[in-house]
Design a protein around this ligand. Structure first.
Ligand code: F6P
Length: 195
C-alpha cells in the first residue's frame, strides 16, 4: 500500500502569538520540526523513487519542506490555510472582543460559517477536490505539508468522518498522520515522536 503522510507546517511565528492566518516564517521549534521531518521522510521513503512533497503557497509550509532533499516539490494554492478574510492576523480573543457577532456565529456553526471576505470549511472542502483527485491518481507516496483546517478536511475525506465533525478534528502541530492508500477503509497511524 502507498503511504500518504499528512502534516502541518512547523510552528510559525504567528502560531506562537496566537494569530490566525498570515504568512510568517517558522519559530525555532518549527525549524527543529522541519529538520526532524526531513530525517523521518528520508528514512521512511528511502527506496521510493516516485515520491513527491506537496506544500501550500505559504512560506511556513515551504520552509518546513526545505530540509527535505531528493524528492520533487509541488506548491498548491488549494492547500493554503482557510482564508479568515477580515479576521486574518487577529487572535481569537481579538475577534471575540471586536467582532462578537462573528465570533458567536462561527461558534454556532463552524462548518458553514464563512469569514467576511474569506472562506468557510465548506469552501475549503470544495477547493480540495482537485487535490484529492490527484492524490488518488498518484503512483507513489505523497507528503502533504499544509495547515490545520485543510488537513482536517483531507483527513476526514480519507478516514470517512462526517462533515459536522471536520472543524473539530484534532490535528496538532509537529505530528505526522500516515494514511495507507489502496487498503480497504484506510489505515492510519499517528506519530507524535517528532514533537
Ligand atoms: O491557528 C492556526 C490556524 O491554522 C489558523 O491560521 C487558522 O485560521 C486556524 O488554525 C484554523 O483552525 P480553526 O478553524 O479551529 O480556527
Amino acid at each position: 500500500p502507498r503511504p500518504i503522510l499528512l502534516t502541518r507546517h512547523g510552528e510559525s511565528r504567528d502560531n506562537v502569538r496566537g494569530r490566525i492566518g498570515g504568512d510568517t516564517a517558522l519559530s525555532e521549534s518549527g525549524e527543529l520540526y522541519a529538520k526532524k521531518l526531513a530525517n523521518f521522510v528520508e528514512k521512511r521513503l528511502k527506496s521510493e523513487r516516485t515520491a513527491s512533497i506537496w506544500t501550500s503557497t505559504l512560506q511556513r509550509t515551504i520552509l518546513t519542506a526545505s530540509p527535505i532533499i531528493g524528492f520533487p516539490k509541488i506548491q498548491w494554492r488549494a492547500l493554503d490555510e482557510i482564508n479568515a478574510g477580515v479576521c486574518d492576523g487577529m487572535t481569537y480573543e481579538e475577534i471575540k472582543k471586536n467582532m462578537p457577532d462573528e465570533y458567536e456565529s462561527r461558534k454556532k456553526d463552524k462548518l458553514r460559517y464563512r469569514y467576511p471576505r474569506g472562506e468557510s470549511y465548506l469552501d475549503v472542502i470544495q477547493r480540495l477536490e482537485p487535490v484529492i483527485i490527484e492524490l488518488e491518481r498518484q503512483r507513489g507516496p505523497v507528503v502533504v505539508i499544509s495547515h490545520q483546517a485543510v488537513l482536517r478536511a483531507l483527513y476526514a475525506y480519507f478516514a470517512d468522518k462526517p462533515l459536522n465533525e471536520i472543524p473539530h478534528i484534532a490535528v496538532p502541530l509537529h505530528t505526522i498522520i500516515e494514511i495507507k492508500m489502496g487498503v480497504r477503509g484506510v489505515q492510519e497511524k499517528s506519530s507524535e515522536s517528532h514533537r
